[in-house]
Write a protein that binds this ligand. Structure first.
Ligand code: GDG
Length: 503
């Protein structure tokens, strides 16, 4: 963080749906272990240095608050910042989290309105839980603290805070896409959500596309708001209040991934994977079980490539890891059945003695295993139908120490805005196009792979998670207009996507 920012700032209060620790009950007693992930890694040093609090749900519904607070005390001390739990009942969890957040906002913001379940009771619960979060923040915050709220679960928290008289500077970052007006307007509570968002002071999006969609929605739905653009931001003015909207593409701790990829454990795991799958290229897909990740289309594309390019038979294996997620929601279980059926069909059609085309893994990998796959795979096939950013793409690049990998990336992942020059881009609905990209990757020369991967690695190294945190905080606290590299919007080419190999 810049010196000016540090001088002007109070503490930092981070708010997210979940706390960055995992609470577990063993033999009746609660224990905690640190959570993982780039966000915690990047924010922890800032929280420690500057002093701060992380507010979020503990992960255990219907728990006794005193017991949770006691369990969190130890973690707060070892983390060097305070953890404060917002208690949620099972009913709140069902209606606010599974319901409004994951059966309405998640599908709608990923352009899948047909997956939405617009149950009015979900809205009441969402408002109620956002109010509850606001009450806990209100109790925790002092006058000069900067409050940074994360993600779609908490879109209406700022307006609740303002209603309670909280005048602190409030930042918000949306990790998922923001949809265009014709989709956003399907939301029965579109007016309330959009107006509530204007109670923040700074709103960060992953891409220019998301920011543009948001600004268009404001222009069309809230015509009394004056909008101007200045120094990379859109500034939305309502009376005396100004809200700034900017673009801050999230990233990873590049140095940590690169370092960890060299560990003995990872090297061994990579060696075992190659031993088990000798003389062939490994194509890697890693996704949470989610319909936005485009897994069935990807499997169809792999089948199409095997049918059209017999020289790939026995020379390529797709390792598809699906990490269990939201399995209580029926749509997710349907997706699991669909994936497993397709894997069965494809393996049934092509398997030969000694070669199974798809290795399907349905479980959470350890970090060592995950990095082992990143290091080993010659091709990463990342084809979400829509994705805020997609960190798997960046992690693969950081772990590709030999610079021999090819990144095949969806045009609709946020990461495309930064990686489009050197990845092979695909439309995730275009089965033949993805199959062509697979063949292009399969036959790409080492020199070409190296050239592309070098540039990809340089980009991810330069714009890492630390730069992301710093840019957002600098913009929010010192009201710098913009210090993130200006990122152009990715617009698909008018002919077919560039999957050709440049000379
Ligand atoms: C949301 C937005 C945005 C995955 N499998 C395993 C595992 N992972 C880790 C990866 C990566 C993370 O999970 C997945 O991050 P993504 O960005 O790909 O996707 P979402 O979970 O949907 O995240 C997304 C992100 O927020 C950040 O703003 O990019 O667009 O949807 O870090 O490494 N980790 C381990 N085992 C696994 O099996 N250990």
């Amino acid at each position: 963080m810049s010196e000016t920012t540090q001088q002007q700032a109070g503490r930092l209060i981070i708010v997210s749906n979940r706390l960055p620790v995992v609470l577990e009950r063993k033999d009746g007693a609660l224990s905690t272990r640190p959570g993982s992930g780039g966000l915690v890694t990047a924010l922890a040093p800032v929280l420690r240095d500057r002093g701060g609090i992380w507010v979020g749900w503990s992960g255990l519904p219907d728990s006794e608050q005193g017991e949770i607070d006691d369990a969190l005390k130890g973690s707060s001390t070892s983390a060097g910042y305070e953890l404060r739990a917002v208690p949620l009942t099972m009913q709140e969890l069902d209606e606010y989290y599974h319901g409004f957040a994951n059966e309405i906002l998640w599908p709608l913001f990923h352009d899948l309105q047909s997956h939405c379940h617009f149950d009015p009771s979900y809205w009441e619960a969402y408002r109620g839980v956002n109010r509850k979060f606001a009450e806990h923040i209100h109790t925790a915050a002092a006058e000069k603290d900067f409050i940074w709220i994360h993600d779609y679960h908490l879109l209406t928290t700022a307006t609740e805070l303002r209603d309670m008289g909280v005048a602190n500077s409030l930042g918000f970052f949306l990790h998922i896409p923001f949809p265009p007006p014709d989709i956003f307007f399907k939301l029965p509570w579109r007016f309330q959500i959009l107006s509530a968002m204007l109670a923040f002071d700074l709103i960060g999006f992953q891409t220019m596309r998301d920011k543009r969609n948001f600004v268009q929605c404001v222009r069309m739905l809230l015509s009394e708001i004056a909008v101007r653009s200045e120094g990379g931001f859109h500034i939305l003015k309502s009376g005396e209040r100004e809200v700034r909207a900017g673009v801050f593409p999230i990233s990873i701790d590049y140095a940590e991934f690169e370092q960890r990829a060299q560990d003995k454990e990872v090297a061994e795991s990579a060696w075992y994977i190659h031993e088990a799958l000798p003389d062939r290229q490994i194509v890697l897909g890693i996704d949470r079980l989610d319909y936005t990740k485009g897994i069935p289309y990807r499997l169809e594309a792999f089948r199409n490539a095997l049918r059209r390019h017999p020289e790939m038979l026995e020379k390529i294996t797709l390792v598809q890891v699906v990490v269990p997620s939201r399995v209580d929601i029926p749509k997710y279980n349907d997706l699991k059945i669909e994936i497993e059926q397709l894997v069965g069909e494809i393996n049934g059609e092509f398997t030969r003695s000694g070669w199974v085309p798809i290795h399907y893994i349905f479980r959470h990998l350890t970090r060592g295993e995950l990095l082992g796959y990143y290091r080993t795979a010659e091709i990463a096939l990342i084809t979400p139908i829509k994705d805020g950013m997609n960190l798997v793409a960046k992690e693969y690049v950081a772990c590709n120490l030999e610079s021999n990998g090819v990144l095949i990336l969806s045009e609709f992942a946020g990461a495309v805005a930064q990686l489009h020059r050197d990845a092979l881009l695909v439309n995730p609905y275009d089965i033949e196009g993805m199959s062509d990209a697979l063949y292009t990757a399969f036959t790409m020369t080492y020199a070409e792979r190296r050239r592309r991967m070098h540039r990809l690695r340089a980009t991810v190294r330069r714009y890492d998670i630390y730069r992301w945190v710093e840019s957002f905080l600098d913009a929010a606290v010192s009201r710098h207009l913009y210090d993130f590299p200006v990122i152009s919007e990715y617009i698909p080419p008018s002919d077919s996507p560039d999957i050709g190999v440049s000379i």
